[in-house]
Design a binder for this molecule. Sequence first.
Ligand code: RB5
Length: 149
Amino acid sequence: MSERIAMATDHRGVVLKDALKQRLEQKGHEVVDFGPADDSASVDYPDTVAPAARALAQGEVSRLIVICGTGLGVMYTANRFPGVRTALVHDVETAELARQHNDANGLALSGNRLDLESAWPLVETWLETPFEGGRHQARIEKIDSLTRP
Ligand code: RB5
């Protein structure tokens, strides 16, 4: 299924973002690029990730991929938005479980650790693995309902 995917990074994630964006578009997905356009300047990851995560929370895109050096800062930022479940993933097993059990609609990646070829199996697994629903549905609903301010 082709997805409309928001992508956002800081300076540490630009190279991987641009490579993944090209691969995703080749595979028929639409990418909405929230930047930055290049890695020539240091960027505070909330500046790019917050608008991208808001687009997911508001249903303007169906998926979100965020990248910084570790994947942590971008994950923290994205997960502040209601309904956004962004998983920091380093291996295929976690990418699969993040979809099966958590219906992860966001993926956080480490630009320090991954290049296109090591990241692609994680992205592909996350895109193609369905949510199992059932008992997991009630659990993900509680993430939002029990944490509402
Ligand atoms: C930038 O140096 C680095 O802190 C950032 O890319 C990210 O890893 C933060 O979580």
